[in-house]
Ligand binder design. Structure first.
Ligand code: CMP
Length: 138
């Protein structure tokens, strides 16, 4: 069934000039782009997005990092979108990411890990509507 996932190209990857290469890899893997934009997150917005991690030891570092530069937010469409996208981007820790995955190619650390991908259909729907109104999704 064709469904959606949500992604962010993170500040490290955008600042390092990897945006085009990452979008190319996503399109080559068969995803289509339903919505996409540049965003600069505020501390409040980043905290709300990552609210589920608020009690984790790395929460402050995560928010500091995600507000440190421009990101690219996007909604992607494909059969089995959530699982296929997580396979495409690789493990959260780039040291454990399979060769050829986005994080293996472009990420440096578990924090500066180049890209986000939703972990369930419910979170994909929530995250997509957190960033995009219906008028911005095509
Ligand atoms: P993401 O998929 O965007 O969702 C939560 C993020 O928290 C995750 O990517 C990592 O970048 C970050 N993260 C997870 N675990 C750690 C950790 N142990 N230390 C720092 N950041 C982490």
């Amino acid at each position: 069934m064709s469904n959606i996932t949500f992604t962010m190209i993170k500040p490290d990857a955008v600042a390092n000039g990897y945006t085009g290469k990452i979008i190319d890899q996503i399109l080559e893997a068969g995803f289509t782009i339903q919505a996409m934009k540049y965003v600069r997150l505020s501390e409040e917005t980043a905290g709300a997005f990552y609210d589920i991690h608020r009690e984790r030891s790395f929460f402050k570092e995560l928010v500091d990092f995600m507000t440190s530069g421009t990101i690219v937010a996007a909604v992607l469409v494909k059969d089995n979108a959530v699982a296929d996208f997580r396979t495409l981007i690789g493990a959260t820790d780039p040291a454990k990411a399979e060769p050829g995955t986005v994080r293996n190619r472009f990420a440096k650390s578990i924090e500066a890990n180049a890209i986000h991908g939703s972990d369930s259909d419910a979170n994909a729907a929530h995250e997509a509507s957190f960033f995009f109104s219906a008028f911005e999704r095509f």
